[in-house]
Design a binder for this molecule. Structure first.
Ligand SMILES: [Zn+2]
Length: 347
């Protein structure tokens, strides 16, 4: 493989052969290629960010300007572009093209949120690594509390990757502020709230969002009905739709939930199970769920996103509260109580 200076490649580097994103140092043709690592997190941990690798360790040449969202050989094809500091918030590492105005807008919003958190005594999860990455997937950010050992500072990562950073109207953008607050409250969840308070929140989430409980008997009855029809999953679903119309939604959700339970518990995926049912070769009862299952109800208490998981409901509720939006009463009550218990306050 021939590499031009500036080509971005995925290569196996170092003694352990970890995969890394690198930039070709100069025109090089095998057998040894000169590369410079392009992922900043490695910089001070490995003294050498300069690598010489052999042809077999060169996995992919992504060209001079990779802009894919998806990982290549498990490596995000994002090039480190530099960093800036947001006053009161800290350093922000940038992995996508940002104009001067965008940097200003992001910086101001981060400073604003840092200030609001500090004044409310909710900034205990700092310092963190803040990253701006290319827009990716359905959501606009994430908070990674795994204390990734690859990161030199061994701290949490808060990443923002919305499609657009520029405010829709005026200088201040509640969307961006909301996004930063949402991710920041994941930090509060993981680093400030003790497990016993998180557990109380999970209990509330189960009560207000996951209201429909399907008993083991109900689940077995549904699969019994499917077995009687000895059809595929798709055929069974269209039967449910024909029979129950709109009301079939809950049954289909339950069916899918039970199928993923079976896959997790017994490593039998829905296609395997569908085959077993259709062919009626085996008794599937031993693999059916042995516990009651909960299905989310259609009407989310905080937001659609907040209905996803207890910690998403936490972040959404805290963000709503900070932005002065009304909340469902039991959610507001517990949120306020828990925030006060950890020595902070919301308003
Ligand atoms: Zn979230």
């Amino acid at each position: 493989m021939r590499l031009e200076e500036g080509d971005v490649v995925v290569a196996r580097v170092g003694e352990k052969g970890r995969r890394a994103l690198c930039v070709a140092k100069r025109d090089s043709k095998g057998p040894v290629y000169s590369l410079v690592e392009a992922d900043r997190h490695w910089r001070s941990k490995d003294a050498a960010t300069f690598w010489e690798v052999e042809a077999e360790d060169l996995l992919a040449n992504l060209g001079p300007n990779p802009n894919g969202e998806h990982s290549v050989y498990g490596v995000k094809p994002h090039l480190y572009r530099g960093s800036f500091t947001a006053k009161g918030w800290g350093e922000v590492e940038v992995w996508r093209d940002l104009g001067r105005t965008e940097v200003k807008v992001i910086s101001e919003h981060l400073s604003l949120v840092a200030d609001r958190l500090k004044r409310r005594n909710l900034d205990g999860f700092f310092p963190i690594v803040t990253e701006i990455r290319p827009a990716h997937g359905q959501w606009a950010g994430y908070y990674d509390p795994t204390k990734d050992s690859r990161l030199e500072r061994g701290v949490d990562v808060l990443c923002l990757h919305p499609k657009d950073f520029l405010p829709k109207g005026g200088e201040h953008d509640e969307g961006l502020e909301g996004l930063i607050l949402h991710e920041a409250f994941h930090g509060v969840w993981f680093r400030t709230l003790p497990a016993r308070y998180r557990a109380r929140w999970v209990a509330l989430y189960n009560k207000v969002v996951l209201q429909r409980r399907a008993s083991v008997e109900e689940i077995h009855k549904m699969f019994g009905d499917w077995v009687k029809r000895s059809c595929s999953k798709a055929e069974y679903i269209s039967h449910l739709r024909k029979e129950y119309g709109e009301d079939a939604k809950a049954d289909i959700a339950l069916l899918n939930l039970a199928l993923s339970w079976i896959e997790k518990a017994h490593k039998i995926n829905q296609f395997n199970l569908s085959d077993m049912i259709k062919s009626q070769e085996l008794d599937i009862r031993p693999w059916l769920p042995s516990v009651d299952l909960f299905i989310g109800k259609a009407d989310p208490v905080v937001s659609d996103y907040g209905a996803k998981k207890a910690e998403e409901m936490w972040s959404e509720a805290a963000m709503f509260s900070m932005l002065g939006r009304p909340l469902h009463e039991p959610v507001e009550e517990l949120l306020t109580e828990l925030i006060e218990k950890v020595g902070g306050y919301l308003r």
